[in-house]
Write a protein that binds this ligand. Sequence first.
Ligand code: IVH
Length: 675
Amino acid sequence: MSEASADIRAQVERLHQRINRHNYLYYVLDAPEITDAEYDQLMRRLEALEREHPEFVTADSPTQRVGAAPSEKFAAVRHRRAMLSLSNAMSADEMREFDQRVRRMLKLSGDVEYVTEVKFDGLAVELVYEDGALAVGSTRGDGINGEDVTANIRTIKSVPLRLMASSHGHLPSLLEVRGEVILPRKAFARLNEERTERGDPPFANPRNAAAGSLRQLDSRVTSRRPLDIFCHSPGVIEGADFATQWDFLQGIKALGLKVNPLSRLCRSVEMVFDYWRELSELRHELDYEADGIVAKVNSFALQERLGEVSRSPRWAVAYKFKAQQAHTRVKDISVSVGRTGSLTPVAELEPVHLAGVTISSASLHNLDETRRKDIRARDTVLLERAGDVIPYVVRVTQKAEPRGKQFKMPPRCPECGGAIAHEEGEVAYFCVNVNCPARVRESIRHLASKSCFDIEGLGDKLVAQLVEKGLVQELGDLYALKLEQLVELERMGELSAHNLLSNIERSRAVTLDRLINALGIRHVGEHTARQLALEFGGLDELRSADEARLRQVRDIGPEIARSIVAYFNEPRNRAALDRLLKYAVVKPLEAPAKTPAALRDKTFVLTGTLEGMTRAEAERRILDAGGKVTSSVSGKTDYVVAGSEPGSKLDRARNLGVAVLSESEFLRMIEGQSR
Ligand code: IVH
């Protein structure tokens, strides 16, 4: 190889390493050190180099996550070690019985040590790493044979294509890990929103969505679904030795695999109960679905002694949470009109309490879903809370007697009485009137929401009144509202009218991503709006982009590109936008705060006099960067910053082996250059 090409190869490899590290920080540790824009720049540099020098493109390059050609069908993969399933404990008694059985079989009189983990409601997969490289990714299948979904697994950003070597460079020659592929709730909600708008049947829950995404024959489709993974158990391992489940989890974490931070080592079954209680509460706040906890005997030697029975290990159990389901009666089925004009059937329910909230309606998504589940007025249905807090109707549990009529879409828009469009073979129904009050109302609500213009005090009822009274017919009208008009509204005093006007006024300064999100372009939500803002930097640049240009943007496929172009081609949209721009002041997008991970949650002690800054300033900069400052040195201190004439704290730091930084080292660290 010539010197020049050796140099290119070295450049490519350096980029691999940098990008892999930032992928790991972002997707596995959730602790990015650089902005999205900086990351994109690295990727583009690599892409450019690879375009010019295709001979240096390797299978584990970060650019090679998405394969090109869709496959015909999945090949079968035989698991070297069977993928078992878990037996369930449905109550505290059953959990206690499990623990007693374990101790009886092991002839132990004392406590057994367990590892407790979240039971993820996702899709079981196996990852096979050979000499550190991801060789195969497969589904569980029947536990013996699964499907080869390697191309799809590679698109999951938290799955390393190559393991990180430990400090002494060691990698196991064979490492099989099992884990759960999940679709985070937010992504699930977004995906279903897009699907219903497009007229595709929505997924019933995040688990089905994850399964559907992973079993796509075209990995380009999978790559657009932000799947994630939690690795939780071993298959066959060669060239590494783990004695316990806890060791295993720490070990694979060190190799760069994503493990769940909530796992815990429990010294007795009592601690398992504590964990279950804590998780039962916490589950609602998690960004993924969990249907219980898993308790596993920690020691692998003891696991082996316990063995398995009917395809379930005797050393582990799934201790389920109490179900989040309730039964209620459908009073009626109404039809709501969304901001794009789409009609959605909604079940009006007898109010029922479900997992901490009262639910009185649930979207039925579309006509096909409603018919498929055959939901009719006065039926009793089973409700479940899936993804986030959105309740959905699982099925009819008792048909009304006599039975109501089968649901039909209304012949005209229930809000404006206008015509409805429906294409043969499509599921979606639309009100075609762009001035339909329901569409206007929903667009204004959207514009006022937290992720757009964030107008405090402009609630749903008020928006409905403004539209009904004809005061607001398009987005820009909001900014032309007068005090005299507002005080005329119901329950609106002069003071609240004043406040509302000043909130509206304040909302005019908005970042580009929020403005784009506020336009309510089909398929463009918060995330895509952000990507577009980062890419184009200004509205004019976005407006003049054609489909080909748009498709160069990360995460933007043909459908989104088409929708954006169609939006800006519509003269009425252009006019409404121009009017809005008379008022809106578009600010450049703020890059996310760049917190050097070196400082996050680190504890500092300052001693002596600093030259370049005051003590207070140093403290503030540490706090701003996510660190903490304490006054005395202990084993928990991460760094002591020593200025001139340091006191006894420096001696104490040395005795305890705490890292000591000079002022210039500290400065470099704070400015993020020591990474
Ligand atoms: S351990 C034999 N740990 O639950 C050990 N499984 O019915 C089985 N699951 O197929 C795997 N969270 O896909 C384990 N923390 C966890 C899990 C978990 C979810 C799934 C797994 C398995 C199913 C068992």
